[in-house]
Write a protein that binds this ligand. Structure first.
Ligand code: TRP
Ligand code: ZN
Length: 458
């Protein structure tokens, strides 16, 4: 995995690589995190620690004015470094440690040259001022991603590429950071983001919302969604539940906040403690967007979610959000786990047993195209959200459970959530952990379910 990553990054950079001993003047940070599915994502040479985003948005015109203050730490002596930002937005100024820096935008790369070399391992701060009319991007599978305009605001879902459409950052999931959002919108709209609601103040027909996301977050899980929402923020059971519901949303939103604690309590029993200081959801009316997203602490739905969709997105808070893959190829660690959690929740409700869910998925005939995609390698970014990632991923976990027994299986899931909390981990790490916790050699099982095309024997 590591070797492949290094080779891919090198290929993207077009050699020569940064010499091991950098000159005192520093060298440029890599323009990519080296993920083969999305080579434009992320950058090297630094780690972000915190984003302080101040946004002003006018839903009528679609104009966004933004200020991003980013705290980071250099991981090499840096003569310059890149941030990722779509060039539909115009950068007006950049400072580094308070001094004007020179910058250039090219495609989705924002290249920043500070007045002085940044020392290895030193913290530094970048402030980017920008504005423009954000436009969503289209993913390799054709779906809309990023700053997606709705009738009354924005449906802001950023997996896998959308973060570049609204703020500058290190937009690969391996660089997590905490966030603070300060968003000003017309007084008849609401701006909802991740984390805890910390401010709501109105002045001159505009309202400013403050949100504090205290736990580290991958940038594809950030959201600033805007609309005519009914906002509620209260304790329900053991949780601070903050919901934003568009009165136009399809479905029955009665008791939406109250539906969260039972699911979170059950998953806490199975997976370990809920990793965030608040929860809730954003229910928008977005018929043109076909998918929900597990935006951190507060999933985003294009309609009122069914019980299984709610369980899916809440399970992602452990699997995907807190423990995040290292490469996009390992997306089954998100979707297979969240799908398995849907099966667990349906079983708990008495709707359908996990075994029945497995049997239904497994009943696909052996010559079905479905079985040609191995769980752990969907083959390319256009297949990230295809059925095998979800259903074969969930079946892989059920096969594992059959081999280890219930006690070891849930101990594996809890250890996974605990040992990698707020971090990143890949498929190899999951296999190693499963073998360690169960004390079993699971090579043949994972080989058949994760890596080989074809229908695994039961
Ligand atoms: N991660 C989302 C979920 O399963 C799915 C998702 C994100 C998606 N982007 C997508 C699905 C684009 C289809 C198309 O909750
Ligand atoms: Zn999912």
């Amino acid at each position: 995995m590591k070797r492949l990553l290094a080779l891919t990054a090198a290929a993207f950079l077009a050699l020569p690589l940064t010499p091991a001993t950098a000159s005192p003047a520093g060298t440029p940070g890599a323009p990519s995190a080296g993920d083969p599915y999305f080579p434009g994502q992320g950058n090297g040479g630094y780690d972000t620690r915190h984003y302080d985003l101040t946004l002003d948005y006018d839903p009528a015109s679609g104009r966004l004015t933004g200020r991003a203050a980013i705290s980071a730490q250099a991981t090499q002596a840096l003569s310059r470094f890149n941030l990722d930002l779509a060039d539909t937005l115009t950068v007006r100024s950049v400072t580094v440690d308070g001094r004007p820096a020179s910058f250039a935008q090219s495609g989705s790369e924002l290249v920043v040259t500070p007045a002085r070399t940044l020392h290895d391992r030193r913290g530094f701060s970048v402030v980017v001022r920008y504005d423009g009319t954000p436009a969503h991007v289209l993913d390799p599978d054709g779906s809309m991603d990023g700053w997606i305009r709705t009738a009354d605001g924005v449906y802001n879902a950023n997996e896998p590429q959308g973060a570049i459409t609204w703020y500058p950052g290190n937009h690969h999931m391996t660089d997590k950071a905490t966030y603070r959002f300060t968003v000003t919108v017309p007084a008849d709209r609401v701006a909802v983001a991740n984390g805890d609601l910390v401010r709501r103040t109105s002045k001159g027909g505009r309202t400013t919302y403050g949100w504090n996301a205290r736990e580290p977050m991958a940038s594809y899980l950030a959201t600033v969604s805007i609309g005519t929402f009914d906002l509620t923020d209260r304790r329900v059971g053991r949780y601070r539940v903050t919901t934003a519901v568009d009165p136009q949303a399809r479905g029955d939103a009665t008791g939406f906040a109250e539906r969260h604690p039972p699911v979170l309590d059950y998953f806490s029993e199975l997976f370990g403690r809920y990793p965030y200081s608040s929860t809730g959801g954003i229910v928008d009316h977005a018929p043109e967007v076909g998918y929900a997203l597990e935006t951190q602490t507060r999933p985003l739905y294009p309609r009122v979610p069914s019980e299984s969709l709610l369980a899916h997105e809440l399970a992602h808070q452990w699997f995907g959000d807190s423990v995040t893959p290292t490469l996009w190829r390992d997306i089954w660690l998100n979707e297979g786990f969240a799908t398995y959690a849907e099966w667990l929740w349906a079983d708990k409700l008495g709707t359908r047993t996990v075994q029945a869910a497995f049997d239904e998925a497994y009943a696909r005939p052996a010559d079905d195209e479905f079985w040609q995609t191995p769980t752990a390698d969907p083959g390319g970014p256009e297949n990230l959200f295809h059925d095998p990632v979800y259903d074969r991923g969930a079946m892989t976990l059920h096969a594992l459970r059959g081999a280890t027994g219930d006690d070891a299986f849930f101990a594996i899931l809890r250890a996974w959530a605990r040992e990698h909390r707020y971090g990143n981990a890949d498929t190899a790490a999951f296999i190693a952990l499963a073998e360690r916790v169960s004390g079993k050699d699971l090579g043949a099982l994972f080989d058949a379910w994760l890596f080989k095309p074809g229908k695994p024997a039961q």
